[in-house]
Design a protein around this ligand. Structure first.
Ligand SMILES: Cc1cc2nc3c(=O)[nH]c(=O)nc-3n(C[C@H](O)[C@H](O)[C@H](O)COP(=O)(O)OP(=O)(O)OC[C@H]3O[C@@H](n4cnc5c(N)ncnc54)[C@H](O)[C@@H]3O)c2cc1C
Length: 555
């Protein structure tokens, strides 16, 4: 076998989570090798929702605008519509702004987000992430390579990877290994770590064995005749399905529950599309796969020694609410800076211990929110006569529409879930005696109470506050008379080589009354992942102690 390759970080898995981790590490100047079993990114569609928190991470990494070019056109309706059949009756509709209107809407002064959720399927996003990662000098991207084995000792991890196309094997020695290798994670199983939580249950829909299909149906939108939508729920006594437009033209992703014993191979997919359309539809079937819904599973542990788990390897979601990949990408933002800090010598070697303490509670919270949503959808009882023409049918549809409105309320966005993840109990967060707003899965209330995501606000020049944060810590300050405090803070940070940017905000830059309302204290310390570590009216006497704590030295 060839000489081992030496790398600070080995990432196993080139799904969205592994690739975004590689990009984040590269952004922080850290080299990594990424191996992925398949020779290319997935061509079968899965997730469509790149949440607003994910888009904020993409903005920080300089790729948000490119990701926004992917998926359906920016002027395409993003409505969610409930229909008896694709060519049948419309039961109800939840109207959303188009992507370009959403971006415009976010630009209003009081907006709490700089980046709205973007709908583009993983097939497009992963292909882009791969192309992008391959351009980054610190990333050694190896698709077609499989992790076969790994061992760790106190100093390093030794892994063996193999290349299916050539049969070649290669040893890789690394400081840290991160398993981003999905639901059947070799890394998680190699560590002997199990998932715990709630397994799937059997409901008529969005639970247990499901199928997903990528199909091409030319002219479907024209045949439907109604206002376009992004997501179509088909609900009738014969079949239920969710149909997503992938490209805003002829490509669709269809999710549905098969009959007992039905597999991708035995499914008459074209016949099923005809059934949910209500007849007369020609379909080109591109791929059909099975998947499982209804899980809320979280790994017992996210770390063992020098090996970490992130993404589906650490938590398995039911896809309702679109939280699986998004929670995984938020994992990477938490882990990347901690690994970079240790490798660059400014974070204590114990700093990454806080990864599990901070992220596992978020994974439990989010998997349960997704499961609750899938159960409310799965339990829906479709009334008799929903497809009837005339007044009787209209009445049934109106009654059902009211039931749907309750189930749907805010669920497509789950802003509170995405932006409300907090690290209040972390050793890296210093509370100030205030309480965060109540955790609400739908509604996000901006708060600078330490532990949460720093509230967003726009600068007068059109840039976002987040655009001005440093790669390390940021000390945000406003109001008069804090120069001394700032100096007392900068000196120990410089001494400890902790990257710190001082961001002084003034009237010429931002709306000061909004800033006061959002941040409430004139000195705010923001972590490299945009969560608030500490805030106060004056600096504590032991500024050095504060810096030590937030960079893990006293955990
Ligand atoms: C129908 C459906 C809809 C969904 N919708 C959404 C949504 O809208 N939003 C959302 O956030 N999530 C959604 N999800 C979930 C989302 O698809 C996953 O959470 C996401 O893909 C997880 O990313 P990952 O990188 O952790 O794992 P994966 O995407 O599974 O990638 C893991 C990679 O690791 C590789 N690998 C495995 N073992 C090895 C090994 N030994 N060596 C090397 N490589 C290996 C695999 O080849 C794979 O490429 C949906 C899922 C489904 C099924």
């Amino acid at each position: 076998m060839a000489e081992p390759i030496r790398t600070p970080i080995l990432i196993v898995g080139g799904g969205p989570v592994g690739m975004v981790l590689a990009i984040d590490l590269a952004w922080r100047g850290v080299r990594s090798v990424l191996v992925n079993r398949e020779p290319d990114t997935s061509s079968h569609p899965r997730g469509n929702s790149n949440g607003c928190r994910t888009m904020e991470h993409y903005r920080r990494l300089g790729i948000a605008d490119a990701v926004r070019q992917l998926g359906p056109p920016a002027d395409r309706s993003h409505d969610v519509v409930f229909l008896t059949r694709l060519l049948g009756h419309e039961i109800s509709r939840v109207s959303y702004l188009t992507p370009e209107q959403e971006v415009e809407h976010c630009r209003r002064p009081g907006s709490s987000i700089p980046e709205p959720t973007h709908r583009a399927n993983q097939i497009y996003v992963e292909a882009f992430l791969k192309r992008h990662t391959e351009t980054l000098a610190p990333c050694d991207v190896r698709f077609g390579w499989t992790l076969e084995d790994f061992r760790q000792d106190q100093n390093q991890v030794n892994a063996v990877v193999s290349h299916a196309a050539t049969g070649k094997t290669q040893r890789i020695a690394c400081d840290y290994l991160v398993g981003c290798d999905g639901a059947h994670s070799t890394v998680r199983q190699g560590l002997g770590i199990s998932y715990e939580g709630l397994d799937t249950s059997e409901l008529p829909f969005m639970s247990g064995q499901m199928l997903s299909a990528h199909v091409r149906v030319s002219g479907l939108q024209q045949a439907m005749g109604c206002k376009p939508a992004w997501q179509h729920w088909i609900l009738n006594a014969e079949a239920r399905a969710v149909v997503f437009t992938l490209d805003g033209k002829d490509d669709y992703l269809i999710l549905f529950k098969p009959r007992e014993g039905q597999t991708p191979e035995t499914t008459d997919m074209a016949g099923f599309v005809d059934l949910i359309a209500g007849g007369g539809i020609e379909t080109e079937v591109i791929s059909v796969k099975s998947w499982t819904a209804g899980f809320a599973l979280v790994a017992e542990s996210f770390r063992q020694g020098r090996v970490f788990l992130a993404g589906d390897a650490a938590h398995l979601f039911t896809p309702t609410g679109g939280l699986g990949m998004n929670t995984g990408i938020d994992d990477t933002a938490n882990l990347a800076w901690k690994l970079a800090a240790v490798l660059q010598g400014w974070g204590d070697p114990s700093l990454p211990d806080t990864y599990e303490a901070e992220r596992k509670p978020v994974a439990i919270r989010n998997t349960n929110i997704a499961r609750g949503y899938s159960q409310s959808l799965g339990r829906m009882i479709i009334p008799d006569g929903i497809e009837d023409d005339g007044e009787a049918g209209d009445r049934q549809r109106a009654l059902f529409s009211a039931q749907l409105a309750e189930t749907q309320d805010g669920q497509s966005m789950l802003l509170g879930t995405q932006l409300g993840a907090r690290y209040d109990d972390s050793l890296l967060v210093i509370g100030d005696g205030t309480s965060p707003p109540p955790d609400d899965k739908v509604t996000y209330r901006p708060s600078a109470c330490p532990g949460g995501r720093a509230p967003h606000l726009w600068f007068r020049d059109g840039s976002a506050l987040f655009d001005h944060f440093g790669q390390g810590f940021t000390l945000l300050t406003f109001g008069e008379g804090h120069d001394g405090d700032v100096q007392d803070f900068v000196a120990p940070a410089t001494h400890r080589r902790i990257p710190l940017k001082v961001l002084r905000l003034e009237k010429a830059m931002v709306d000061m009354s909004l800033l006061h309302r959002l941040y409430e204290r004139p000195l705010v310390l923001i972590r490299p992942d945009q969560h608030i570590a500490w805030r106060g009216d004056v600096l504590p006497e032991d500024a050095d102690g504060l810096l030590r704590q937030v960079s893990g030295w006293s955990t």
